[in-house]
Design a protein. Structure first.
Length: 382
């Protein structure tokens, strides 16, 4: 079984060399853009290319404002702060996610609540969210959502668009609005993915993107905060640039803040990558279709977008029959230099998360034993 998969992937990528899980694509345009930034001498956190990159993101996503930062985790941390998350607050998220999602919550000295995901999307389950809030939470006279078990405020909800697939975000938003919980979309992996025509990361109060080296486009390292709120966008820019007060030469700051600024050099790379994003998505959807067709013919189940969504298919995902088949595929493909990976270790299984409030997490456990991500880099001639 693994041999057939390996042969298909080698044919797909037309190589007998090592095949990575997801690698970036650059050509002369990126080199020219970076050299232009170097020649300008604006290579650090001040420069026109940062503004140009942010403008390209707003035009593409439809968000009114985009604020660039050094990475996706910094974007998450900032969005949580903008949402008012503070010490001893609680933030609902999913257990099936990369650790950065929960790390950002901890940076605020808040506590994650880990809920289950939907089998159709791998993202936070709207049903699980509804059941948890109806069973354990209440709106009190202050208008805030209180967890009756912990007697803490649930300030925000942080669902993840996993592997580039859109979750059913409109249902999540309806529930969050009902309970006066700020919705922050972790769209780190889903640049280019849309839900009912709207870009992921633009449905909630805030959304975040990542431009890490393994994402669909990259700035080497980088992230972005999306919002339609002008006041909060101004605040985001201020607190991520050390709360520095504008002055021609005097250094003044009006609060303790963050040094999360994206360098102009990284933004230069992002500008050129954004120009190529539509073509990247077109080619990655061709790859996803090839995997799905081969899967139907060879009894492999690949995750697919919902009919109401359009995915960037950042990582293509097999759902194996059981943990034994998962491990067999992982061992045999990697032994043949075809890189495959399981899902991240769920957050509730990490030692430092023991004792956090969760629901049954039955789908999370089931998926963790079955997920295999396969090579998903763009094919140049697709």
């Amino acid at each position: 079984m693994s041999k057939d998969l390996i042969n298909f992937i080698r044919d797909l990528y037309a190589t007998k060399e090592s095949i990575p899980l997801h690698e970036p694509y650059f050509d002369e345009a990126e080199k020219e853009s970076v050299i232009k930034a170097i020649d300008s001498t604006f290579v650090s956190s001040v420069g026109p290319m940062v503004n140009q990159f942010e403008q390209k993101i707003t035009e593409y996503t439809g968000s009114r404002y985009a604020i660039s930062v050094v990475n996706g985790t910094a974007a998450l941390h900032t969005a949580l702060l903008l949402s008012g998350v503070t010490q001893d607050d609680e933030v609902i998220t999913q257990s099936l996610t990369f650790v950065a999602t929960c790390n950002a919550i901890h940076y605020c000295n808040a506590k994650p609540i880990l809920l289950d995901v939907d089998l159709k999307t791998l993202g936070l389950s709207a049903e699980a969210l509804r059941v948890f809030l109806d069973s354990h939470c209440e709106l009190r006279d202050d208008g805030l959502c209180w967890n009756k078990l912990s007697n803490r405020i649930i300030r925000a909800c942080l669902p993840v668009h996993t592997f580039g697939l859109s979750l059913e975000i409109s249902l999540i938003k309806e529930i969050c609005d009902q309970f006066n919980i700020v919705l922050i979309e972790d769209a780190a992996e889903s640049l280019g993915t849309r839900f009912k025509g709207e870009h992921t990361g633009t449905i909630g109060k805030y959304g975040i993107l990542s431009f890490n080296g393994n994402k669909i486009i990259t700035t080497g390292a980088g992230g972005m905060i999306l919002t339609d709120d002008e006041e909060k966008a101004i605040e985001a820019k201020h607190i991520t640039t050390t709360a520095k007060l504008e002055h021609q030469w005097f250094f003044g700051h009006n609060q303790i803040a963050l040094n999360y600024r994206l360098p102009n050099l990284n933004a230069a790379l992002g500008i050129t990558q954004m120009d190529k994003l539509p073509e990247f998505i077109r080619k990655k959807r061709i790859i996803a279709s090839a995997y799905q067709e081969w899967g139907r013919e060879n009894n492999f189940r690949f995750m697919k977008e919902l009919p109401t969504t359009k995915s960037n298919y950042w990582l293509n995902t097999i759902i194996t029959e059981n943990i034994d088949q998962r491990d067999q595929i992982l061992e045999e493909t990697n032994a043949e230099s075809v890189m495959t990976r399981p899902a991240w270790t769920p957050m509730h299984k990490l030692n430092f998360h023991h004792g956090l409030q969760t629901d049954s997490l039955k789908n999370t456990e089931w998926l963790f034993e079955r997920i295999v991500n396969v090579p998903s880099s763009m094919i140049i001639n697709a």
